[in-house]
Design a protein around this ligand. Structure first.
Ligand SMILES: [Cu+2]
Length: 184
């Protein structure tokens, strides 16, 4: 404390010695104006931004929505007259596969990929579906039995191919034939 105040006095004396009259006063005033300005900025920043704690909470809270964005298909509802078609994703002693691996759906139906066993995803790989528009984005990995990934059949009639990325090379692929919605 004492050393600090001595230093302060020495500095003040040095300023008075090196500056004279109004010039010194002017410097001192602008110095305090700068200090006030800085304080105002600090207050502005403190008020404008959430406190550090809140910010880190926001940061740690933001990752969960990201995977949700990559998997837009939450539970979907078929159009009137449409249906839900379940396709199981399975790992067993015979291998990794979709069941059924070949299916037919009409526009407006929902395909409910459902994990039965193992860890799988569903990917309508663009390379496997050249020229096709409106393909669903690849799902996240499904890891819990009963977990689902819904694909609403909104795309044009035709043949589509899907696969499980981790097991595609092992033959975990499927084919979807889309037909126009049936008129009732
Ligand atoms: Cu798989």
């Amino acid at each position: 404390m004492r050393a600090a105040s001595q230093l302060g006095r020495r500095l003040a004396a040095a300023v008075h010695h090196s500056m004279r009259g109004t010039q010194a006063m002017h410097i001192q005033r602008s110095a305090s104006a700068v200090a006030l300005g800085a304080a105002a900025l600090l207050v502005a920043c403190g008020g404008g931004k959430p406190p550090a704690g809140g910010e880190s909470a926001a940061t740690s809270a933001s990752p969960p929505p990201a995977p949700a964005a990559e998997t837009p298909a939450g539970p979907q509802t078929p159009d009137a007259g449409g249906k839900v078609i379940t396709v199981e994703l399975i790992t067993d002693e015979t291998g990794n596969y979709f069941k059924p691996k070949k299916l037919e759906a009409h526009q407006g139906d929902v395909i409910r990929y459902t994990l039965t066993q193992g860890v799988h995803n569903v990917d309508f790989l663009p390379d496997s579906n050249p020229g096709k528009a409106g393909l669903p984005k690849a799902s996240d990995l499904l890891q819990l039995p009963g977990q689902t990934f819904d694909v609403k059949v909104t795309f044009a009639p035709g043949q589509y191919y899907f696969q499980c990325d981790p097991h595609a090379a092992l033959g975990m692929r499927g084919r979807l034939d889309v037909e126009k919605a049936e008129k009732e």
